[in-house]
Design a protein around this ligand. Structure first.
Ligand code: BGC
Length: 262
């Protein structure tokens, strides 16, 4: 007997999947057999490229532009999916931004609102559309991509950290609401993963050294570390997991500096 991640027959929407974590998540869900919706806001070429690649590999995929911070765009994203693939069984709320580094009091409130719009309102808008459909089917999985910064404060990024902590509480509250309809809701908290979002950090030897000190394992994360974890959580192998956060961070939350004394 062997065990496999089997998502054949499932329809999955992955927001922000033209690059970074979202792209790997979409690839893994497709490799497990799901039909995937590649969603992008601006990166049309990259989104087209990954869609074509999935089709070439024998998978099923469509590509839909939508800004998740706009409620009308989100409605269109779900209606297009209904028409072309069928109602979503899986939603991965992945689209997110760090925003500009800014200290409270010496900041631009519009930037705070932009981060909250994409990172917190976006998942809320998408989730309410998903829940309507999953409730009819009495089955579904919603994955919210948070961050280790749902736990760890990050100076200069109060909007980002607050959005991720808020998203984590949304996961728990929603999981309680929808469990009776066999819908699971889980947060995945990536640590320091090499993506375009933090390229300025890992692309510079000094800041890379500093970042590595914050990770217990001797490497940064790769996008596929997240893709694999999400595919598992979406599958029946995780059938009794809901309302929790899974950190995927190589031990960033272990306070690795304490290895050298307290
Ligand atoms: C951020 C990255 C950062 C990492 C560790 C992530 O949530 O998006 O920019 O490197 O947390 O601090």
């Amino acid at each position: 007997m062997s065990v496999e991640i089997d998502l054949r027959g499932k329809v999955a929407i992955v927001t922000g999947s033209s690059s970074g974590l979202g792209r790997s998540i979409a690839e893994y869900l497709s490799m497990a057999g799901a039909s995937v919706v590649i969603n992008y806001r601006k990166e049309k070429d990259k989104a087209d490229e990954i869609t074509q690649q999935i089709l070439k590999n024998g998978g099923k995929a469509i590509c839909v532009q939508a800004d998740v911070s706009k409620i009308d765009d989100v409605q269109r994203l779900f209606e297009t999916t209904d028409q072309q693939l069928g109602p979503a069984d899986i939603l991965v709320n992945n689209a997110g931004i760090d925003g500009k580094r800014q200290m409270c009091g010496d900041d631009d409130p519009a930037e705070w609102e932009r981060v909250i719009g994409i990172n917190l309102l976006g998942p809320y808008y998408c989730t309410r559309e998903a829940v309507k459909r999953m409730t009819v089917k009495k089955s579904g999985v919603i994955i919210n991509i948070t961050s280790d910064h749902e736990f760890v404060p990050w100076s200069g990024y109060s909007a980002y950290s607050s959005s991720k902590a808020g998203l984590s509480m949304f996961t728990k509250t929603l999981a309680q609401e929808v469990a009776e309809n066999n819908i699971r809701v889980i947060s995945v908290a990536p640590g320091a993963i090499k993506t375009p979002i933090n390229e300025d950090v890992w692309g510079n030897p000094d800041s890379l050294r500093d970042l590595l000190k914050k990770v217990a394992m001797p490497r940064l994360g790769e996008v596929d570390d997240i893709g694999k974890a999400v595919a598992f959580l979406c599958s029946d192998l995780a059938s009794y997991i809901t309302g929790v956060t899974l950190p995927v961070d190589g031990g960033m939350l272990l306070y690795p500096d304490f290895k050298h004394g307290g």
